[in-house]
Design a protein around this ligand. Structure first.
Ligand SMILES: [Zn+2]
Length: 278
């Protein structure tokens, strides 16, 4: 039952919408998905690998530093900016995202539940200290004088590195320890095998409990996190609108389905719902 953008705009008009976003909203900015590509030979380093095996701990940080160099320069898309405008106008109450790229916040969205964490922060597994990824980068460079971190092409960006034994054995990096307690440091993104962070889960739950409409954009919902938010909102009586290129896990539950690129859809929605587009 394909619908058009006007039908979604009509559903959102004068109501409170929670938007659930996935990798599809960031692909126009060049950011590939990090947990959903799924080919078994390219399996990501999992939480247990990372905390128990030094070889994977060091390799993840080596690859993470290269990716950071890239991701630091990625900018929000027209779709991210359209969502910020819709929130400003009170039509969108917030965003629950599976993305870790911080592009919603950079675009001006204020209420963003980052369910898979954020690439922009680092956390100590021992004392809980949290600091910026930029600071981690400074510490990595200080601990590895002269070592270069050649950035891969953006299309090959890996938020969590795939397990590559040969490359891991050749990895030259010295990983700095927590400046406060000397503990192990972890990018503040959710690894496979790791529970979701509590604060964004609570925030998403609260928004799911107070929205009239839940709109999913740029996610097949194959990752269960987004689906969990959708189910919470629907149990609360929200209508479901689904916008994605291709089918999603929620199609059978949806009141409205639009096959569209995230950017195209969100810009059209903002133009249709807001009187004075900039
Ligand atoms: Zn610490």
């Amino acid at each position: 039952m394909p619908h058009d953008v006007a039908a979604i705009a009509d559903t959102m008009r004068g109501r409170r919408t929670l938007v659930v976003t996935g990798a599809g909203i960031s692909t126009a900015a060049g950011v590939p998905d990090y947990r959903n590509t799924g080919a078994p030979e390219r399996r990501s380093i999992e939480y247990e690998d990372f905390v128990l095996h030094e070889i994977w701990y060091r390799y993840l940080w080596w690859r993470n530093e290269m990716s950071w160099t890239l991701l630091e320069h990625v900018s929000p898309t027209a779709g991210h900016r359209a969502l910020a405008r819709l929130e400003e106008a009170g039509l969108v109450i917030g965003i629950a995202t599976q993305n870790v790229d911080r592009l919603h916040t950079q675009a001006g969205s204020r209420r963003v539940a980052e369910l898979h964490g954020t690439f922009d922060a680092v956390v100590c597994l021992h004392c809980g200290a949290r600091f910026t990824r930029a600071h981690m980068s400074e510490m990595i460079h200080a601990a590895n004088p002269g070592l270069e971190f050649p950035a891969p092409p953006l299309a090959n960006l890996e938020i969590l590195a795939a397990k590559d034994e040969d490359a891991a054995r050749r990895n030259p990096i010295t990983v700095p320890a927590c400046p406060r307690c000397d503990g192990m440091l972890k990018p503040d993104v959710v690894f496979f095998g790791e529970p979701l962070p509590k604060a964004p889960v609570r925030a998403a739950s609260a928004m799911a409990g107070s929205c009239d409409v839940v709109l999913t954009v740029g996610t097949s919902l194959a990752v269960s996190t987004g689906m969990w938010v959708v189910m919470q909102a629907m149990e609360n009586g929200a209508q479901l609108a689904v916008a994605n290129r291709g089918p999603t896990e929620a199609d059978r539950l949806a009141d409205l389905i639009v096959d569209a690129e995230a950017d195209e859809l969100l810009v059209a929605l903002a133009d249709s719902l807001l009187e004075d587009p900039p």
